[in-house]
Design a binder for this molecule. Structure first.
Ligand code: URA
Length: 426
């Protein structure tokens, strides 16, 4: 006979109790096998959202999700490993320049990424705009590429934390995504199972992020850093601003273009700043302290790793990228200083133009997205371009325009944008 039953576990949490290690191990394993039904797990997830979990429960829940699948091991590689995880934002293309940059500095990057859902973009969607590039690698291919190139960005295989795959899909449709214990254990179970030696978390805060306020973002970051450290992964977190979208583009191919500009030593200042800050954290966490990543952008070696990384996964780094069939320019309604550009408004517009998907099985348009021609603090002139909207389907323009209408402010005088990096947690 099973040591527990689902109703006993649900009612314990419903009544604000702490779940025992044995209850947690059982409920995760039984749910993965299909012995606990979706409606039972969704009731438990809602009880966790409402009543929380203590650190011991979160650690055990994470360990049980890791144990539901395989664990990768890169300890036989000739160099140390470090990975980065972002909680998701608008225009967040940082993984693209960051992985080859860190590899160029001597640390291998096994980056398992996802596809976008809702208004935030997905790294794999962006890379799939490169002709020929493939996201799926076997574990052996991943290991070989890490040894030869030093960086891999690919899809997580089905064997990694299958309990999370099932639970995340359920949370998505039951209003239970926002629980900090569930977010922290979901992210960290995948990262710990992936086998990285060091991990840097980019926890986004602001209108375009999961976490709208700094206090909740800090709580999430502290919870994840604690889980990583206790599992033997050297983990640090940066809290970074996501009230304003990153860079000057949100979409797929257009974000690849912007990332290549960074790898060529140019690109928007905020993208360069965050890429370098995260690179320094990853290198330090992996024990490499004598290499300056800025030099590797300037001397072209990060770009060389990018080309090798794209090539190794079947992509042509020199191929022309897809361009949207239609464009629409929005001009500035007045002259002054741009004082606000709202990440959520831009993300929603890019999504409505076809850069993102509503359901996980939907396709995305490679060329769709939003380009903005000014960032907060820049001067803008009435009648000059403020946004360029891109899509293959012009009937999408109206809904995207609606989203941008209240997404920016133009004021008088000067304006200093708030700091991009808000805090560091280790
Ligand atoms: N990303 C994840 O992988 N899991 C969550 O729960 C939220 C964001």
């Amino acid at each position: 006979m099973a040591p527990h039953d689902a109703v006993e576990v649900i009612t314990a949490k419903r009544d604000k109790g702490e779940l025992s290690d044995s209850q947690i191990d059982w409920v995760i394993a039984a749910y993965t096998r299909g012995d606990v039904a979706d409606e039972q797990m969704s009731s438990l997830a809602m009880s966790i959202l409402l009543n929380g979990m203590v650190p011991r429960e979160i650690a055990r829940w994470t360990a049980a999700m890791i144990a539901s699948g395989e664990r990768m091991d890169f300890s036989a590689l000739s160099r140390p490993t470090a990975d980065k995880h972002s909680t998701g934002g608008v225009g967040d293309k940082i993984t693209l320049p960051l992985a080859p940059l860190v590899a160029a500095c001597g640390v291998a990057v096994p980056q398992l990424s996802g596809r976008g859902l809702g208004h935030t973009g997905g790294t794999l969607d962006k890379l799939e705009s490169i002709p020929g590039w493939r996201a799926t690698l076997s574990n052996e291919e991943m290991f070989a590429q890490l040894e030869s190139v030093g960086a891999v960005i690919c899809a997580a295989g089905d064997g990694l934390a299958p309990a999370d795959k099932k639970l995340y899909a359920l949370r998505d449709v039951t209003g239970t995504v926002e629980a900090i214990p569930l977010i922290a254990s979901s992210i960290m179970s995948k990262k710990i199972a992936e086998g990285t030696g060091a991990l840097v978390l980019d926890v986004k805060v602001g209108t375009g992020a999961f976490m709208k306020d700094v206090a909740r973002a800090r709580e999430l970051a502290e919870t994840m850093v604690g889980l990583g450290t206790n599992a033997g992964v050297n983990t640090v977190a940066l809290l970074t601003d996501m009230n304003t979208p990153l860079g000057l583009t949100a979409g797929n191919a257009i974000e690849v273009v912007e990332s290549i500009e960074v790898l060529q030593g140019g690109g928007p200042a905020d993208v360069v700043e965050l890429t370098l800050a995260l690179a320094r954290e990853m290198l330090t966490a992996a024990g490499v302290t004598d290499v300056d990543p800025a030099g590797k952008l300037a001397d072209g070696s990060a770009m060389d790793v990018w080309r090798a990384m794209i090539n190794a996964q079947g992509g042509d780094p020199e191929a022309a990228l897809p361009v949207a069939r239609e464009s629409h320019v929005v001009t500035s309604p007045s002259t002054g200083t741009l004082t606000r550009l709202d990440a959520m408004a831009v993300g929603l517009a890019a999504w409505r133009l076809g850069a993102g998907r509503a359901r996980k099985e939907d396709p995305v348009q490679a060329g769709a997205g939003v380009v903005w021609h000014a960032r907060p603090g820049d001067r803008v002139t009435q009648g000059e371009p403020l946004f360029t909207l891109l899509t293959d389907e012009p009937e999408r323009f109206d809904r995207a325009l609606e989203s941008l209408e209240s997404g920016f402010d133009i004021g008088e005088g000067t304006f200093t944008a708030p700091d991009l990096i808000i805090d560091r947690i280790d």
